[in-house]
Ligand binder design. Structure first.
Ligand SMILES: *Cc1c(COP(=O)(O)O)cnc(C)c1O
Length: 464
């Protein structure tokens, strides 16, 4: 193999050019899926071509269909900004080619997970005894936390689910709020707990579970799992943990919290109150690739009872020997065996930002969300439809779905800023998620203008 220097340098140059241009670029892809597919369509290559030429072709084919997720006025879904510090670290992770299945395969990769995991738990204010599994995202982190929950609530009634499965097991009651994220439902589906075999508890206007509803749902005996949320995907609302978790624990239930982005409120002193009491739970799911700004993909499954965590995830091991001092195999805490060294990228982001940098970023994003909401709230016909306590803003344009959907389409077409739509309380709304490190107050001001322009254009063309 040739020396990779020229190839690597070219990749770095192409990446630099892309990232330098993203602030002025359209904040949406030029091509949608159908056009992108024709950009890529080609017969099976019968013969190879030099890697340098492959790189150029890759860029040519990909560019029109790239979404400006690292752009400063990109507010779609809840997507982090792939911070350059994380991207550069991730390049080294790939170049080093580490498979972090166990601590002998990659001592550095395994050790970085141990240390970055402990830092995470500390920064998020969670119990220090917790174990951390480095996974692909919050969906997998929900799966891992709920697998530990399933293992432990059944073990307490004398059932070994790892060995004997669910057939014939005592039933587990699973209690969720009405405004649960679909990803948590898919985790329940994968675990044989069913995405419909649930008790759904009513929520308030911001999607927060009502305590009396939880108490009612848990009346009676038997194993139970309660799934709560830190950061509702639309409203950014937090379940009232200080009230709910003691109710769940009094009924013997395991409490798992989906905090894909919202758990990071705990890292910012000014916002931590929103998630007060979340540390009382038994397991937590959160993402690195959302608010921590690691490149995709990266998520964390955090479990207070490390033994339940390991029992649920380690291969063929209902009765694992104790972990020898000074040893930790990353794969014992996640579903995969061969795996990427996400601990190194996580370490790099935490080392770069530090505790104060994470806190400042979270605080700044919340302020920017407020700024956008306040800037458009005076415009006739625009309504802010959530409390804007965190980084999420919901907007309604006019008084029917059609005008809101048209305004979303118009904003996206104009390309100054990008936001998508979401259905909330039976209506279509525009959802703005401030979650990329690159967004500034000036970008928020430009976005507010773009929002009002899009709305005026839609309203103008709808006035007879
Ligand atoms: C994004 C999100 C998820 C899913 O996370 P992935 O990282 O996409 O797997 C789950 N729950 C909530 C609340 C989310 O915002």
């Amino acid at each position: 193999m040739n020396d990779p220097g020229a190839l690597f340098a070219r990749a770095a140059a192409l990446a630099t050019e892309y990232r330098r241009g993203i602030g002025d670029a359209l904040q949406r892809p030029e091509h949608g899926y159908a056009a992108a597919l024709s950009d890529w369509q080609a017969p099976v290559p019968e013969h190879g071509m030099p890697a340098e030429a492959v790189l150029e072709e890759l860029v040519t084919r990909a560019t029109p269909g790239l979404h400006a997720m690292t752009g400063p006025r990109f507010f779609g879904w809840v997507i982090g900004g792939s911070h350059p510090a994380g991207v550069a670290a991730d390049w080294l992770v790939s170049a080093w080619g580490q498979n972090v299945g166990n601590h002998q395969a990659s001592p550095a990769g395994a050790a970085a997970e141990t240390v970055a995991g402990a830092w995470l738990v500390d920064i998020l204010g969670l119990p220090s005894e917790s174990s951390v599994g480095f996974v692909t995202g919050a969906t997998m982190a929900n799966l891992v936390g709920l697998a530990a929950a399933r293992s432990e609530v059944l073990r307490r009634v004398g059932w070994d689910v790892e060995a004997d499965g669910l057939f014939g097991a005592p039933p587990i009651r699973v209690v969720v709020g009405e405004d649960i994220h679909v990803s948590a439902l898919s985790a329940l589906q994968f675990l044989g707990l069913g995405h419909s075999r649930l008790t759904r508890v009513a929520t308030d206007a911001e999607g927060r579970m009502l305590p009396q509803g939880l108490a009612d749902a848990l009346a009676g005996q038997g194993p139970a799992i309660v799934l709560l949320q830190a950061g509702q995907i639309n409203s950014g609302g937090f379940d009232p943990f200080e009230q709910l978790i003691p109710i769940a624990h009094a009924a013997g239930a395991w409490v798992h919290v989906d905090g894909a982005f919202g758990l990071w409120a705990k890292a910012a002193p000014g916002r931590a109150g929103l998630a007060a009491g979340v540390e009382l739970a038994d397991s937590w799911a959160t993402d690195g690739h959302k608010w921590l700004q690691t490149p995709y993909d990266c998520g964390f499954a955090i479990v207070r009872d490390a033994e339940a965590h390991r029992r649920a995830m380690a291969f063929g091991a209902s009765y694992l020997p104790a972990v020898a001092a000074g040893e930790r195999d990353p794969t014992h805490y996640v579903p995969e065996l061969s795996r990427r060294a996400r601990g190194l990228t996580t370490w790099a982001m935490l080392r770069h930002l530090g505790r104060s940098g994470v806190a400042d970023m979270v605080e700044r994003h919340c302020r920017i969300a407020r700024q956008i909401a306040d800037s458009v709230a005076g415009e006739p016909g625009i309504t802010v439809c959530c409390d804007v306590v965190l980084n999420q803003v919901l907007l309604r344009f006019g008084d029917d779905n059609d005008l809101t959907l048209k305004t979303i389409a118009r904003l996206q077409q104009d390309g100054v800023a990008f936001a998508g739509g979401s259905q909330w309380r039976g209506r279509w709304l525009m959802r703005i998620s401030v979650s990329g490190i690159q967004t500034t107050e000036a970008d928020a001001a430009m976005t507010a203008v773009a929002l009002c322009d899009a709305w005026r254009a839609v309203r103008g063309s709808n006035t007879p």
